[in-house]
Design a protein around this ligand. Structure first.
Ligand SMILES: Cc1cc2nc3c(=O)[nH]c(=O)nc-3n(C[C@H](O)[C@H](O)[C@H](O)COP(=O)(O)OP(=O)(O)OC[C@H]3O[C@@H](n4cnc5c(N)ncnc54)[C@H](O)[C@@H]3O)c2cc1C
Length: 274
């Protein structure tokens, strides 16, 4: 299969998933394919689907928990699809562009709107799939159009507003400061649960007394209770058990069912719900 895959980009075999996710957790993936062009992505998806080969599309791995058992298929990285261009107030970005880079691009070209994305450690494609949001802003509010091949996001057009560097820098600083005071450092995948209607998941978890609670190497952050931190030795099993425990305890106390914000992926690439 190596030879077939290499037609579509750079191929590596037996790659540790812990290197591909911000959680730094996960077993071995059979293949990592870094796609080299949009046409190669089209051909690759056709090949994988025709041959029923499991695949998983990776952005920057900042919203995923991979399995300790690894992944029996092809991890498709889009990081080489990283072009950005603009005309007037429309910015077109390929899916593999890091959010910090699109933010930088907008600053240089004095286009405002996406400042809230600057410190989110994902890619444009991943942000579309997860509707990246922070401090009252969501990426969906800035989208003009999204180009997809099958279910894979290839590029996105954003509708922004002409502004000036000073104002944009001010917004960037405001968001960074907020984040510094509210979010923990350390290995994580961001918020574990999304906020239920009328509640903040972090507050519910905090009021349940779970800050600092640990399963193996996975710990509920003392700074923000909706973050699970990998202390360095956590396994996916540890994180899963802790996630289940949080969900149970919050339900016991508040009768609120928390829903996962992170993507938990099994060894066949299927999303696991708890
Ligand atoms: C410290 C930290 C802080 C964070 N803060 C925030 C925050 O403030 N707000 C927020 O919303 N999130 C936050 N996150 C979570 C995460 O960064 C976002 O969800 C981000 O948008 C995920 O992008 P990614 O490229 O890393 O996606 P990945 O984690 O690589 O993938 C996420 C999902 O999207 C799919 N996917 C990725 N790219 C594509 C594509 N091109 N086409 C189709 N499917 C694709 C994957 O298959 C997977 O199902 C934070 C995470 C960390 C670690």
């Amino acid at each position: 299969m190596n030879k077939e895959l290499s037609k579509f980009g750079d191929v590596k075999t037996n790659i540790s998933l812990s290197k591909l996710s911000t959680f730094k957790i996960g077993g071995i993936a059979s293949f990592l394919l870094t796609i080299s062009s949009v046409q190669n992505l089209v051909d690759c998806l056709y090949y994988l689907k025709k041959n029923k080969i499991p695949f998983f599309v990776l952005g920057n791995g900042s919203n995923v928990l991979f399995s300790d058992e690894g992944f029996l298929g092809v991890i498709i990285s889009l990081k080489k699809l990283n072009a950005i261009k603009y005309e007037d107030e429309l910015v077109e970005s390929e899916a593999g562009v890091l959010l910090s880079n699109i933010s930088k691009f907008c600053l240089e070209n004095e286009l405002a709107g996406l400042e809230f994305l600057n410190d989110i450690p994902g890619t444009v494609g991943g942000a579309i799939c997860t509707n990246a949001h922070s401090y009252g802003h969501k990426i969906f509010d800035y989208i003009e159009s999204v180009k997809k091949i099958k279910s894979v996001v290839v590029s996105v057009k954003f509708k922004l507003k002409k502004s000036n560097k000073e104002l944009i820098k001010k917004e960037l600083t405001k968001f960074s400061e907020k984040r510094k005071t509210s979010q923990p450092k350390g290995l994580s995948a961001g918020c574990i649960f999304s906020n239920p209607k009328n509640f903040k998941a972090g507050e519910l978890i905090d009021k349940t007394g779970l800050k600092g609670v640990r399963v193996g190497g996975a710990v509920v952050s003392n700074k923000h209770a909706n973050f699970i931190i990998n202390s360095g030795i956590a396994t996916a099993k540890d994180v899963l058990e802790l996630t289940k425990l949080i969900k149970e305890k919050v339900f016991e106390k508040f009768k609120v069912t928390l829903k996962l914000e992170i993507n938990i992926i099994d060894k066949y690439g299927k999303q696991i719900n708890i």
